[in-house]
Design a binder for this molecule. Structure first.
Ligand code: ATP
Ligand code: BTN
Length: 243
């Protein structure tokens, strides 16, 4: 069957709402969209600013079978699909920052948060949350450089059109990923990685590794050149800082 669509005016978090619907036995895949979030979530427990009617707050809940391989690189593929949806609306100069940030000239325009339940080695469920800054033009409390589609394109952007592109790209990219894994996306992903070649610090909790970004491996791990040697890093709690 198709994807069922659940529209809300206000929710705490579309990821939380999607998780409740899936726990309640709703048919999958399902999509939750809300006009606002009162407790939008970012990575590592951070807050995602979610004002009314300006942006897209989108969550897709899926069942994933024999999961381990099918989770490899999943969040990177979601980043790529989201990037292509932004391009379809005319935003050409956005790019990716490993693992799944979307930026325009160093400013964050979209964020992705995957949440899993079940056994990652067996059958599990994943909620793919995507927040896109669409028509937001001011926001008091964001503690890092950010932008929106309207700020970049100097026009109001039709959120319905963007959601329909997002659905289409996610469907295509996720189907291919489920069949073939991440390796078929490696090249396209690197071609859109604006942090390629940069000197970075990779932060993992209180540790930091310095190196130069080489790209991603066939499973979506980050390839860094550290003291002349290639090393691979993967895992959800890592983040890059520039030097
Ligand atoms: P990383 O840790 O990988 O460098 P990050 O610094 O972008 O990522 P995330 O946890 O991925 O941090 O994203 C949350 C951050 O995004 C928040 O701390 C805030 O700075 C910023 N943020 C919150 N709401 C928005 C929004 N609507 N648009 C853009 N940025 C936002
Ligand atoms: C990030 O920290 O970069 C990820 C932000 C993800 C925000 C989206 S908005 C829709 C979905 N619901 C949430 O509560 N978070 C994600």
């Amino acid at each position: 069957g198709g994807w069922s669509l659940h529209l809300r005016e206000t929710v705490d978090s579309t990821n939380a709402e999607a998780m409740r619907l899936l726990m309640g036995g709703q048919s999958l895949p399902l999509v939750v969209l809300s006009e606002r979030q009162t407790a939008g979530r970012g990575r590592r427990g951070r807050n995602w600013l979610s004002p009314f009617a300006e942006n897209i707050y989108y969550s897709l809940a899926l069942r994933i079978e024999s999961s381990a391989r099918r989770l490899e690189g999943l969040s990177l593929v979601v980043g790529l699909a989201t990037l292509q949806a932004l391009r379809a609306l005319g935003l050409w100069d956005a790019g990716l920052k490993w693992p799944n940030d979307i930026q325009v000239r160093g400013k964050k325009i979209a964020g992705i948060l995957l949440e899993l339940t079940g056994d990652p080695a067996d059958v599990c469920h994943v909620v793919i949350g995507i927040g896109i800054n669409v028509n937001m033009i001011d926001a008091g409390e964001i503690d890092q450089p950010w932008t929106s589609m309207q700020l970049e394109l100097n026009r109001l952007v039709d959120r319905n059109e963007l959601v329909s592109e997002l659905n289409r790209r996610l469907f295509d990219y996720l189907s291919l990923h489920a069949d073939q894994g991440f390796s078929v996306f490696q090249e396209e992903w690197e071609a859109n990685h604006i942090w390629q070649g940069r000197d970075v610090g990779l932060i993992a909790g209180s540790h930091q590794v310095r190196g130069q970004v080489l790209g991603v491996d066939s499973q979506g791990g980050l390839r860094l050149c550290v003291n002349g040697e290639e090393r691979i890093f993967s895992g959800g709690e890592l983040s890059l800082r520039g030097f």
